[in-house]
Design a protein around this ligand. Structure first.
Ligand code: P1T
Length: 384
C-alpha cells in the first residue's frame, strides 16, 4: 500500500463483524473503564483508558504508519512525550547531547527540570557541524537529541551521518520531527532510533488540540516507553485522539500547500529592503540546503527572518498585520507569526538566545494554506 493510502486507512478498518456498526470513521470512545466477563480476560484487550483506549489505539497505529515505524504512542502534549521519553531512557548522571537551537520549552524542561531537579546533564552543540558534535560526545552520553530543522532558526543537521556516529558510540538518536511532519522527513529511514512530535502542530494541523507522539521500531525501547506512558499517565484524551486522526487524513494535501506558500513568502521576504536575512531551508542560499534536499522530500512551511531596525520595528510590524495571527505555535492551516525572543523562547536568557542567534529582530512565520497572494500582500503592507 502506498504512503498516502496507508496514513488514511491505517487504524480505521471498518468493523463488519456481527454486532458491530461498520464505522468508517473511528468513534470517540469516551469510556474511562471497560467491563469484562471474567477477572483475567479484558474485553477486546482494554481495561482502563489510561492504559489503553480504542480511539487512542487507532491514532497510535496511524502515527506509526506516518513515520514507517512499528510502534506509535500518543501523549497529552509534545512536552509530555519528551518527559516520558527522558524518564524512560535516562537517569541521574546520564548526559543528553542536544542541538543548541531548540524550542524554548524543551530547553526549559531539560535545564530547569531534568538537570536542576534530577541531575540529568545536557550539552548543547551546533548539530549541523558533524565534527563539533562528534567531539562533544562523552562517556556518559546516552542520547543525542536533534531538531532538524531547528526551532526557530531552521538549522539542518545530517540525520544519516549523526545516526552512524550514534550507533558507533552506542547512543540512541532522537529526532524531534515537528517542524517538517513525517510527510516531508522520515528520520527512522535515515537511521534515527526514535522520532518525537508535538502533534499540536502539522500532524493535527488545525490549532485545536495539544498533543505529542513518539514513533519507533525497536521493541525493547518501545516496551520501556509503553510502560511509562501508563505509569506516568500523560496520555492523549479520546477526543484529542479523534481530532488528531481527523487532521492526519489531510496531512499530504496540507503539507504540499504549506510548502508552496512558504516558498512564495520566502522569495518575497528575500528581496524586501526591510528584511536583513531569511531563514528557510528551501532557499539555495540556506547553509543546510544541500543536506535538506538529500534528506527531506519538501522544505516545509516554517520561515524565520530578521527585520531591519530591531525590536521596535519588529513590534510595530507584528501589530500591523491583518491576516497573520500574532500567536505562538505553528503548523495549523491558518498563518501564524510570532517574536521568538519575547514569546516562544522567552524562557531562555537574553545571553542564551543571542549565543544561538535568536536576536530581538527575529520573527518566525508559520505559513498557512490560505491564498499566498493574500499572505504576501499582508506582509507587504505591514513592512511598509
Ligand atoms: O507544545 P507542545 O505540544 O508541548 O510541544 C512542544 C514542542 C516540541 N518540539 C517542538 C519542535 C516544538 O516546536 C514544540 C512546541 N512549540 C511551540 C509551541 C512553538 O510555538 O514553537
Amino acid at each position: 500500500m502506498k504512503y498516502n493510502t496507508k496514513i488514511i486507512q491505517e487504524g480505521e478498518k471498518p468493523n463488519l463483524k456481527e454486532g458491530a456498526y461498520g464505522d468508517v470513521s473511528i468513534p470517540i470512545h469516551l469510556s474511562s473503564t471497560f467491563a469484562r466477563k471474567e477477572v483475567e480476560t479484558p474485553t477486546g484487550g482494554y481495561e482502563y483508558s489510561r492504559s489503553g483506549n480504542p480511539t487512542r489505539s487507532a491514532l497510535e497505529k496511524k502515527l506509526a504508519a506516518l513515520e514507517l515505524a512499528d510502534f506509535g504512542l500518543a501523549f497529552s502534549s509534545g512536552l509530555a512525550a519528551t518527559t516520558t521519553l527522558l524518564l524512560s531512557l535516562t537517569k541521574s548522571g546520564d548526559r543528553v547531547l542536544a542541538s543548541d537551537d531548540l524550542y524554548g520549552g524543551t530547553k526549559r524542561l531539560f535545564n530547569r527540570v531534568f538537570d536542576k531537579q534530577y541531575s540529568v546533564k545536557f550539552s548543547y552543540v551546533d548539530t549541523s557541524n558533524i565534527s563539533g558534535l562528534e567531539k562533544a560526545i562523552k562517556s556518559d552520553t546516552k542520547l543525542i537529541w536533534l531538531e532538524t530543522p531547528t526551532n526557530p532558526l531552521l538549522k539542518i543537521s545530517d540525520i544519516k551521518a549523526i545516526a552512524k556516529i550514534a550507533k558507533k558510540n552506542n547512543i540512541l538518536l532522537v529526532v524531534d520531527n515537528t517542524f517538517l511532519s513525517p510527510y516531508f522527513q522520515k528520520p527512522l529511514t535515515l537511521g534515527a532510533d526514535i522520532v518525537l512530535h508535538s502533534t499540536t502542530k502539522y500532524i493535527n494541523g488545525h490549532c485545536d488540540s495539544v498533543g505529542g507522539a513518539i514513533m519507533l521500531s525497536e521493541s525493547n525501547v518501545f516496551e520501556k516507553l509503553k510502560f511509562n506512558q501508563n505509569a506516568v499517565g500523560a496520555i492523549l484524551s479520546p477526543f484529542d485522539s479523534f481530532l488528531t486522526i481527523r487532521g492526519i487524513k489531510t496531512l499530504a494535501l496540507r503539507m504540499e500547500r504549506h510548502q508552496e506558500n512558504a516558498l512564495r513568502v520566502a522569495n518575497f521576504l528575500s528581496t524586501h529592503p526591510k528584511v536583513l536575512k531569511v531563514y528557510y531551508p528551501g532557499l539555495p542560499t540556506h547553509p543546510g540546503y544541500d543536506i535538506a534536499k538529500k534528506q527531506m522530500t519538501g522544505f516545509g512551511g516554517m520561515i524565520s527572518f530578521e527585520i531591519r531596525g530591531g525590536i521596535s520595528t519588529a513590534k510595530r510590524f507584528l501589530s500591523n498585520l491583518k491576516l497573520f495571527a500574532l500567536a505562538e505555535s505553528l503548523g495549523g492551516v491558518e498563518s501564524l507569526i510570532e517574536h521568538p525572543a519575547k514569546m516562544t523562547h522567552a524562557s531562555l536568557s537574553k545571553q542564551e538566545r543571542e549565543a544561538v542567534g535568536i536576536t530581538d529582530g527575529l520573527i518566525r512565520v508559520s505559513v498557512g494554506i490560505e491564498d499566498a497572494r493574500d499572505l504576501v500582500k499582508d506582509l507587504k503592507q505591514a513592512l511598509k
